[in-house]
Design a binder for this molecule. Structure first.
Ligand SMILES: C[S@@+](CC[C@H](N)C(=O)[O-])C[C@H]1O[C@@H](n2cnc3c(N)ncnc32)[C@H](O)[C@@H]1O
Ligand SMILES: [Zn+2]
Length: 431
């Protein structure tokens, strides 16, 4: 019934209110058409699903569509393009096993040249219908297949030679961890795995027990919890790979709008798995004096005392202590982003993110904040991170901004070096 009606609808008609109303009646949901990237996408009219205070939560709509995630999707497209070029992949097959409206898959098909087959699935009937409609109105029915299936089941169906994908994009509600192993099984050697996590509360230390159960790691509340959370997620995904003797090499990972996103290249090299595991360890944080230090290895972190003030540190991990992005990959992505500047809705946000990542990628795996107690003792009032970075760099330290927090900065200087310099600087300023 639905397919007969849908097939008779041409794109230009679809734009007409009348057709949309017809579809709304068939599907029993309020709809609208939005433009994202090169795609026209039928999505739920979110305003209709606001709560009694008028607050819009995309998760309340019968099918999920979050306009704020456009930046996530923009970057997903560009990363797939950069990956394709960097790894000289020919035609790409892409899988999005939690597709909702299908916006992401449709955009992959339209915007990634040579993405010749896109397989999508969702557990929701309505999502599958809308995703098929979106493939149809964008003229992609030959290249996109949409199935009603549970993500793990779908991935397992493709976990065999000749069926595996070049790119798999896991974009769920909450944690992606339940899907990683089957995604690995369905991914080609040197394939690209893209992962979103929106369960930040466990990862940043608000629900540490949930973090322990889900990621087998301690998360803590600290001034740099966002970075700890992202690094716990990366380590946990790497461990899922290690169980299957597969290396998942992080090429780009970041925090934005209350989610984490990570891109990995998969390799079946055992020595690479071992090298990755060597980069996992713990971060120690002394809330008393602000000191942070690291310990590599996934043996239990054990008891510790702060080497500066003898205070009791908080311990986070196991977490990833290596780079959260590869320089070459960032450069390739920046090049693509600039090339597509006019087509990318979130160009400015993405460009800023990539610039920050580029600057911070070689820095220690933690950051400081200008509003931390030990810094405020020296500065009295909050100063800008750029000001502190200038002082540090002028005194021979490495320092950069960080994408994790607008009040944050990274440096190889120790907290006492930072405060000494800040005191010195304020004394000079007074003279
Ligand atoms: C966050 S939404 C996906 C958003 C989409 N990737 C995008 O870019 O707009 C998550 C989707 O996963 C679906 N879902 C939840 N659990 C699932 C499962 N186990 N298998 C397949 N789909 C699932 C939900 O119905 C929902 O549509
Ligand atoms: Zn201390």
């Amino acid at each position: 019934m639905l397919s007969i009606k849908v097939n008779s609808i041409k794109m230009k008609d679809m734009m007409r209110e009348k057709r949309l109303i017809e579809l709304e009646e068939i599907l029993g949901i309020k709809l609208k058409i939005v433009k994202e990237g090169m795609a026209d996408i039928i999505v739920p009219r979110l305003e209709e699903y606001a709560d009694k205070y008028g607050h819009i939560d995309p998760a309340r709509a019968p099918v999920f569509y979050n306009p704020i995630m456009e930046a996530n999707r923009d970057l997903a497209i560009v990363c797939a393009i950069a990956y394709k070029k960097a790894h000289s992949r020919g035609e790409l097959t892409i899988c999005e096993p939690l597709c909702a409206t299908g916006v992401r898959g449709v955009r992959y098909a339209l915007e990634v040249k040579n993405a010749h087959k896109i397989i999508m699935s969702d557990i929701s009937d309505l999502a599958v219908k809308i995703a098929r409609l979106n493939a149809f109105i964008n003229g992609l029915t030959g290249r996109i297949e949409v199935y009603k299936n549970e993500a793990n089941r779908l991935l397992l169906k493709y976990a065999q030679k000749d069926l595996r994908f070049d790119v798999i994009d896991i974009d769920p509600f909450g944690s992606p961890i339940y899907f990683i192993q089957n995604a690995i099984r369905a991914l080609k050697h040197k394939g690209l795995l893209a992962v979103t996590a929106t369960d930040l509360a466990p990862l940043v230390g608000v629900y540490p027990m949930t973090c322990k159960r889900r990621y087998f790691a301690y998360s803590i509340r600290s001034p740099f919890s966002r970075e700890i959370g992202l690094r716990i997620l990366i380590a946990s995904i790497i461990r899922e790979g290690a169980l299957l003797e597969v290396a998942l090499i992080p090429v780009l990972a970041y925090y934005m709008d209350h989610y984490f996103r990570c891109y990995f290249i998969m390799s079946r090299s055992i020595s690479q798995v071992d090298r990755l595991l060597d980069e996992i360890g713990y971060v120690f944080y002394c809330p008393n004096c602000g000191m942070r230090w690291l310990k590599k290895g996934i043996i239990p972190a054990g008891e510790a005392k702060c080497p500066i003030c003898n205070g009791s540190p908080l311990i986070a991990g196991p977490l990833w202590l290596g780079r959260i992005a590869e320089n070459e990959f960032i450069k390739a992505v920046i090049e693509e982003v600039d090339f597509r500047k006019k087509e990318i809705g979130s160009y400015r946000r993405i460009r800023k993110l990539l610039d920050r990542l580029h600057d911070e990628v070689e820095m220690p795996p933690y950051y400081y904040r200008v509003d931390e107690a030990f810094i405020l003792r020296a500065t009295k009032n909050e100063v800008s991170p750029k000001h502190i970075i200038e002082i540090l760099v002028n005194n021979g330290y490495r320092a950069s901004l960080t994408h994790f927090n607008p009040k944050g900065f990274k440096t190889d200087a120790k907290p006492e070096d930072i405060t000494n310099l800040l005191y010195e600087h304020s004394l000079k300023a007074k003279q």
